[in-house]
Every structure is written in C-alpha cells, then in structure tokens.
Design a protein. Structure first.
Length: 138
C-alpha cells in the first residue's frame, strides 16, 4: 500500500509541475504523464477495492467505524478515473503540440485531480490503514 501511495503521490507531483509550468510545459512530460495516469489509477484502485477495502470492512464490523467510508472511497475511484481520462486527453493534446489557450483552466483541472488524489490518500492513511494494521508513514 505504501508503494501504491508513493506512486500516486509521484503522479500528483508530476501533475503539479505541469500545472505550475503552464503554458510553457515540456511536451514529452505531458505525453509520459498522459500515458501513465489512467493505467496507474486503475491498477491501484483495483488493488484497494479487492484487498484493502474488504480487510477494512472486516476490521470495522462491530466497531464505531462507518462502512459508508468504503462506499464513498469506491465512488471517488470512479470519479477520479473519469477525471483522469479528461486530464489524459488534455495532456495528450498538449504533448502533440496543441497550444494551451487557457493555461488557468488547464491548471485548475490538473490541480483538481491531484488535490482529490492527495485527499484520498490522506484519508486512507489516517483512517483505513490503521484499522487493518498497516502503518504507512507519510
């Protein structure tokens, strides 16, 4: 899980660097990031939903924790993957030479995705992982 979080945080850092560099962003960086974002998220989300969330749900049965948390986290996965698809399209266009006509809007979009991902990770580190005995030091 620590590796999954580290990979997502590296993706967040890459998206943030792109957002900060707009409109003069490196095209190759955009292409690399575009090609990584959706497969990375899908892989990590599948792992969380098949391994981590069931362990968490089992651990919280009979405790004060709320099972609605995993339903919300699963819904966030769907939203993040949809959002990542949109970000991929933008990054591919930039990577293939399309002019960034509205850098503020593109930056806002990139920030929206990486901020959501960072919040998701923080929640998992603070609430989910401790319940299943995983210490994921930030």
């Amino acid at each position: 899980m620590k590796r999954a979080h580290d990979e997502k945080l590296r993706l967040c850092d890459a998206l943030e660097r792109i957002a900060d560099a707009l409109p003069g962003v490196d095209r190759l960086t955009c292409l690399r990031t575009a090609n990584a974002v959706v497969p990375l998220l899908r892989s990590i989300h599948q792992y969380e939903e098949t391994i981590i969330f069931p362990a968490y749900e089992e651990a919280v049965v009979g405790s004060n924790a709320n099972l609605a948390s995993t339903r919300r986290l699963r819904a966030e996965h769907v939203e993040d993957e949809c959002f990542a698809g949109e970000v991929t399209e933008i990054l591919l266009a930039i990577g293939h030479g399309k002019t960034v006509e509205n850098p503020e809007a593109v930056g806002f979009m990139l920030r929206g995705l990486f901020e959501n991902l960072r919040r998701h990770i923080a929640f998992e580190r603070e609430h989910v992982l401790p319940m299943i005995g995983i210490v994921d030091a930030a």
